[in-house]
Design a protein around this ligand. Structure first.
Ligand SMILES: Cc1ncc(C[n+]2csc(CCOP(=O)(O)OP(=O)(O)O)c2C)c(N)n1
Ligand SMILES: [Mg+2]
Length: 579
């Protein structure tokens, strides 16, 4: 197919051909030529957001809920720089998005022209790849390449920056174009010798753990993981990015590891003699002090990105490959050999941890609301088919700890970058990608004040998300560190939001949403049920909770996982130790 058209028309045509149905963005001078043909497109819906950061997080939420590439668009200069945070966020969490930005005319690049920012330079360290296009003939091919790079191998963000003159000039549109990516060939097939070696270590081990990360869900390998776990009877921990990839209700599930992980999950890793890391990156929030992390464990580490292997912890058996193929191959080898380990003693130890140290929380005698209770009731009433999208802070950790995840991909949050303001726009994107699903954002009062303007977008575009603001009046997670490590000197963490500045109920109403408030435990169920019944407009529930609720367990930053505390000055006793 060959046709004459402008670069801008070629861009929109290429987006249609690669199957884009939704683009989140805001126009401006440099990208304006692209918005004209977009106006006519019957296939691509452009969602006019209120801040470009919202466009980027919405693209991430859309991508995570659908498994497809999310798309955002902005103009040059400040439009593009407003995308930097979500691009960095997508990079850290391996989320496939394509960001399209207008650039000043090619002749003006490098002259400090009006609204010029070197966005490809700025985003170089936080994109999987980026392109600067100044020739309209490159546009269609580059879009195909961008989508291919974003969605294959280890997924990630790709930026396509297009100069205004390239959008305006005429070109010949050829479809399909031929990709020119000679150096890009992600390895997906694991090496069979490494798989056999891993299976052998698994059978020999006495205390193995399947340490499961976000890569397993990205590889759509939850079913294979369940099969491998049940075949081998090896315990499973799911990181923040993997919540739901293995059902919380499964007896082999030990919980989430890491700084705010369960004692059973942290203990399992620490006492293990073999970690089978699948799609994980041995993040510092999981390992704590690296030198004392799982000191007796050998490591099998499988990841599609070779750069992750042995980055933080030496891998005895490195496996480069797609987790779906890795796990399937492991199952095949184990079934063929019939080699299975005996982990009876290990299960006695682990079940002891689970029984002795279940997750718990403090309730307050003054009748005020415990945030963890809100999570438990939300989980029970909204159920495991809901998508839960969290902000960053204490509420994020409670959402991870106290909501029961049964389905892969149902917990969407900013794990790597830890971006406050993620929840509202990401929930909007998730709901647009999965219009039939219930989507609850769980946001902090601090986070909510960073991006709540996208409520206007949700109300106008007919995106009925539900938002639980966990309003503790504080930048709670920072306050928690001040409580524990700064002598309760609460420097600049008191937002006073419980004094209703702003009033979140009125704010919701001002944005065309329903606003509800809940301040007492006895009202929680009725208010959640009421919110569940409203499906035509977005709903915001202001859950006013006690400011002193803390996230436990906790491994203080930089310390050893062995020093996990289950409450202030309370450590678990590592009984049943067989080492
Ligand atoms: C953009 C950004 N700025 C600052 C931080 C540091 N930070 C981490 S958690 C947190 C407090 C979040 O407050 P809130 O949204 O009210 O959540 P809470 O911890 O109270 O549940 C802050 C300031 C961050 N993660 N992101
Ligand atoms: Mg707060």
């Amino acid at each position: 197919m060959t046709e004459r058209m402008t670069g801008a028309q070629a861009l929109v045509r290429a987006l249609e051909h690669v199957g884009v149905d939704t683009v989140f963005g805001i126009p401006g001078g440099a990208i304006l030529p692209a918005y004209d043909p977009l106006y006519d497109s019957t296939k691509v819906r452009h969602v006019l957001v209120r801040h470009e950061q919202g466009a980027g997080h919405a693209a991430e939420g859309y991508a995570q809920a659908t498994g497809r590439v999310g798309v955002c668009m902005a103009t040059s200069g400040p439009g593009a720089t407003n995308l930097v945070t979500p691009i960095a966020d997508a990079y850290m969490d391996s989320v496939p998005i394509v960001a399209i930005t207008g650039q000043v005319a090619s002749g003006a690049i490098g002259t400090d022209a009006f609204q010029e920012a070197d966005i490809s330079g700025i985003t170089m360290p936080v994109t999987k790849h980026n392109f600067l296009i100044t020739d309209p003939a490159d546009i269609a091919r580059t879009i195909v390449e961008a989508f291919h790079i974003a969605s294959t191998g280890r997924p990630g963000p790709v930026l396509v920056d297009i100069s205004k003159d390239a959008l305006q000039q005429e070109t010949t549109f050829n479809w399909p174009p031929t990709m020119q990516l000679p150096g890009y060939r992600p390895v997906t097939r694991p090496h069979s010798k490494q798989i056999r070696e891993a299976a052998k270590l698994m059978a020999e081990a006495k205390r193995p753990v399947l340490y499961v990360g976000g890569g397993v869900h990205k590889a759509a390998a939850a079913a294979e993981l369940l099969q491998l776990a049940e075949l081998t009877n090896i315990p499973v921990v799911t990181t923040l990015m993997a919540r739901g990839t293995f059902p919380d209700s499964h007896p082999q599930h030990m919980g989430m590891p890491g700084m705010h992980g369960s004692v059973s999950a942290v203990g399992a890793l620490q006492k293990s003699d073999l970690l089978i890391g699948l799609g994980v990156r041995f993040d510092d929030r999981v390992t704590g002090d690296l030198s004392s992390f799982a000191p007796q464990a050998k490591v099998v580490h499988a990841d599609i990105d070779p750069a992750e292997i042995s980055k933080n912890r030496h891998a005895d058996v490195p496996i480069v490959g797609d987790c779906k193929e890795v796990i399937s191959d492991l199952i095949g080898v184990i079934q063929a050999s019939g080699q299975l380990g005996d982990y009876a003693d290990w299960w006695t130890t682990l079940n002891g941890y689970k029984e002795t140290y279940p997750l718990g929380y403090e309730t307050f005698e003054d009748g005020s609301l415990a945030p963890q209770y809100v999570m438990e009731r939300l989980s029970a009433i909204a159920g495991p088919d809901t998508y839960y999208v969290a902000g960053v802070g204490q509420h994020q950790m409670w959402a991870s700890q106290f909501i029961a995840y049964e389905n892969p991909g149902t917990f969407i949050n900013s794990g790597g970058l830890g971006t406050m303001g993620f929840a509202v726009p990401a929930a909007m994107g998730a709901k647009m990608g999965r219009p039939d699903a219930t989507v609850w954002a769980i946001d902090g009062d601090g986070c909510f004040q960073m991006t709540n303007q996208e409520l206007a977008t949700c109300a106008l575009e007919g995106v009925p998300v539900k938002i639980a603001v966990i309003n503790n009046g504080n930048l709670g997670m920072v306050r928690q560190w001040q409580t524990l490590f700064y002598d309760q000197r609460y420097s600049n963490t008191d937002l006073q939001a419980t004094r209703r500045i702003p009033d979140f109920v009125k704010l919701a109403e001002a944005y065309g949403c329903v606003g509800l408030r809940c301040e007492r435990p006895e009202d929680v169920d009725a208010i959640i049920k009421k919110a569940m019944e409203i499906n035509d407009v977005p709903v915001v529930v202001d859950f006013v909770v006690h400011q002193d609720a803390m996230v436990w367990p906790m491994v203080a930053a930089g310390t050893s996982n062995d020093d996990i505390k289950i409450a202030r000055d309370m450590a678990p006793r590592w009984e049943n130790e067989d080492d």
